[in-house]
Unconditional design. Structure first.
Length: 306
């Protein structure tokens, strides 16, 4: 065990969150504002998430008696309000995931703030609760995101990849939120996402093999007294063969009896409590790391790629 494990409830070895980024077809409309209407097969590919994937996922969660987090763009909450109401009715958390899945770091601070507020209002209207957590669409957290999250009263973020344990991101302007980090290996899109319209053509992995990546991360997290925040999409892993593998994994995790399944808001609240009572000392990272272009670069440098 590391010198600084998190004291999880009931001496659990690991806190686990299966988080579903419920993008639906927001990403198609954002990418093709004028002709998304014509891309009917891709619409159906993405709408599978709220229409078929989420009901299947909710049924599994009911069977196992676990509560989890769904990160939902505000537009999806409005468009698929019945699905989001079903998520809430089963006691799961709805976190903020943009309004139309727009990238925060491709917008000005004011524009980012406008979309953030619009997403909050949409989620609050459908769920009756203001979201407490945020995951930036495409992990596109900007240099302004933390200050905007603080301004809007968010308690945690789950967009960054700077640690394997919960840590604190602190603004240079003052204020901090809990970071529940993840990373690309914990994201199902890397294993399965193939869509010509979306321009993402991963080599589709067999589900029994893809799940091994998540299992390896889980075993390492349990050995560390750590955190396992995985990122899934209902239109990808809500499909039967893939979801079957996740069901088997949840079953085996519950059989172990030493893993704490919880929505991210509960994990973040627990981490906050442990920080406040001195039982956990997180790493603190001050943001933004850079104020602009680093001075060591030649003045005529242009991007070269890697
Ligand atoms: Zn997303």
């Amino acid at each position: 065990m590391p010198s600084n494990p998190v004291p999880w409830p009931n001496s659990a070895k690991c806190a686990a969150a299966i988080t579903f980024d419920t993008d639906a077809d927001s990403i198609l409309h954002l990418q093709y504002p004028d002709d998304a209407v014509r891309r009917v097969a891709t619409q159906s590919f993405l709408r599978f998430g709220p229409k078929v994937g989420i009901p299947r996922i909710l049924e599994t969660y009911r069977k196992f008696g676990i509560k989890q987090t769904f990160c939902v763009p505000g537009w999806c909450a409005e468009r698929y309000s019945e699905t989001v109401e079903a998520i809430v009715a089963d006691g799961h958390e709805v976190a903020h995931h943009g309004y139309l899945h727009e990238s925060p770091n491709k917008r000005s601070r004011d524009e980012e703030h406008e979309w953030l507020v619009r997403g909050i209002e949409a989620i609050e209207k459908v769920t009756g609760r203001r979201p407490r957590g945020w995951r930036a669409p495409l992990y596109d957290f900007s240099e302004h995101s933390l200050d905007l999250l603080l301004q809007e009263g968010f308690e945690y973020d789950s967009s960054l990849m700077g640690d394997e344990l919960p840590y604190v991101i602190r603004s240079k302007q003052g204020g901090e939120v809990i970071e529940l980090p993840t990373e690309w290996a914990m994201d199902d899109a890397v294993q399965y996402l193939f869509s010509l319209d979306l321009g993402l053509t991963m080599t589709i992995q067999p589900p029994a093999r893809a799940i091994e990546v998540f299992v390896s991360e889980l075993e390492a997290a349990c050995a560390q007294g750590g955190l396992w925040v995985t990122v899934w999409h209902p239109f990808i892993t809500g499909r039967r063969a893939r979801w079957h593998q996740v069901e088997l994994l949840i079953e085996s995790m519950l059989e172990r009896g030493d893993i704490w399944f919880a929505p991210m808001e509960e994990i973040a609240a627990h981490v906050r409590k442990c920080i406040d009572d001195g039982s956990y000392t997180p790493r603190v990272e001050e943001l933004p790391t850079y104020e602009g272009r680093i001075p060591e670069l030649p003045t005529d440098a242009v991007g070269e790629g890697i």
